[in-house]
Design a protein around this ligand. Structure first.
Ligand code: SF4
Length: 388
């Protein structure tokens, strides 16, 4: 059984203009030591409700986990083990880092503690664009960070943001070429997404050009030897993110920390289609909650949702179809039994229109389907009243 832990570290140097994660500027929040104590308490009081204690992945996200002292990351990993979770060198342990927050000493500490993969917020190598995004670091900081990672010969993923204000196609091409010089193992690429009235939505390339930017990125990464294994994620062979696969492949994960979300997919009689739950986004509420001993469920009722069949079918189809492997029909039949014909009925016209295709026992998006994936997902959204 695959099962992972997500640990949210909400500290940042500054708030980037486009960010909607629950994060705080480091001097406007309690000291990291106090936050980490709450995290440890959450682990101690709730770990027994996890579906298994065998971990396939641990992911430190944020925020900027590399901003706080490395000793805190070590203490969280120690506590994870102390409460009974087991992990070994095969367990993927990822830490998100931002340029200018890591030095060789910190990196050594992470590696000794068991971290074996990093995710770097590179975004762009254009200083003017970095500052337009409200990011604190410079392209030079990013280059130095990537050099240090390469000196240590560690696996890492890099984020690339495109369709930024005033960004041209040739600037995107330059970003990709610069990043590839450092030979990353994995790249996550995101088209800037901000609400329509947001200041960062001004002077951006029109939609057709944004699509060209994405096509260019895909082409260059494919020449470099990467495969797009999920709508926004590319990897060299065997370098896909095991932790993120949990989200796409209907696997369970427990999210610790303020605002963290969790999902237990287990098939129990009371929860045949799984359970979603989440921690409060309000830091004080979260901190108070970590001192409460839970009942039979990890969080109070308003913070959880027992999934019904139509919600579970919708999530199952949407998340699997994001991946190159696609929607596994046998696993869907196993999970949804007598409701499987409803999925097949919706898939039939999509197959006819060439938006999805059948490859062995899986259904996946075609190239045409990827371009209008939102429409495909809409067709695979199930309503309560239509199912048995
Ligand atoms: S560094 Fe990342 S998490 Fe922090 S504010 Fe910027 S985008 Fe958000």
């Amino acid at each position: 059984m695959s099962f992972g832990l997500y640990v949210h570290i909400p500290y940042c140097i500054q708030r980037c203009h486009y960010c909607d994660f629950t994060t705080f500027e480091q001097n406007k929040i309690l000291p990291p030591g106090e936050y980490v104590l709450a995290l440890l308490q959450e682990l101690q009081l709730r770990h027994h409700l996890a579906p298994t204690h065998q971990l396939s992945s641990i992911y430190f996200g944020g925020g900027t986990p590399s901003l706080i002292d490395a000793k805190y990351i070590v203490s969280i990993l120690n506590e994870i083990e102390k409460v009974g979770f087991s992990f070994n060198s095969q367990t993927e342990v990822t830490l998100e880092i931002n340029p200018a927050t890591v030095d060789p000493k910190k990196l050594e500490t992470y590696l000794l503690a068991g971290v074996n993969r990093f995710s770097v917020g590179t975004q762009t190598f254009n200083d003017a664009l970095l500052s337009a995004c409200g990011r604190e670091h410079s392209a030079k900081d990013t280059v130095n960070t990537l050099k240090v990672l390469n000196e240590f010969n560690v696996k890492y993923s890099a984020d690339l943001l495109f369709a930024l204000p005033k960004q041209s196609l040739s600037e995107v091409a330059l970003d990709v070429a610069t990043l590839l010089q450092f030979k990353p193992h994995h790249i996550s690429t995101y088209c800037l997404t901000v609400p329509s009235g947001h200041p960062m939505n001004r002077e951006r390339a029109p939609e057709e050009e944004q699509l060209e930017m994405f096509n260019l990125i895909e082409q260059e990464l494919s020449l470099y030897g990467m495969q797009r294994y999920e709508i926004s994620n590319f990897s060299l062979p065997k370098m896909s993110s095991q932790h993120n696969r949990l989200y796409w492949e209907d696997k369970s994960y427990w999210g610790l920390g303020v605002s963290a979300h969790s999902y237990y997919s287990g098939k129990t009689d009371a929860e045949p289609y799984g359970l979603r739950f989440w921690n409060s986004k309000n830091l004080n509420e979260y901190l108070e909650s970590t001192a409460l001993k839970p009942d039979s469920r990890p969080v109070p009722d308003p913070q959880l949702e027992v999934l019904s069949v139509h919600e579970s079918m919708t999530d199952f189809c949407h998340m699997h179809l994001r991946t190159l492997a696609g929607l596994p029909l046998n696993a869907a039949l196993n999970k949804f039994g007598s409701n499987m014909p409803f999925i097949n009925q919706r898939l039939a016209p999509l197959l006819d229109q060439g938006l999805v295709e059948k490859v062995e026992q899986n259904i996946r998006l075609t190239k045409k389907g990827v371009l209008i994936s939102n429409k495909v997902f809409e067709s695979l959204t199930f309503l309560k009243d239509e199912l048995s």
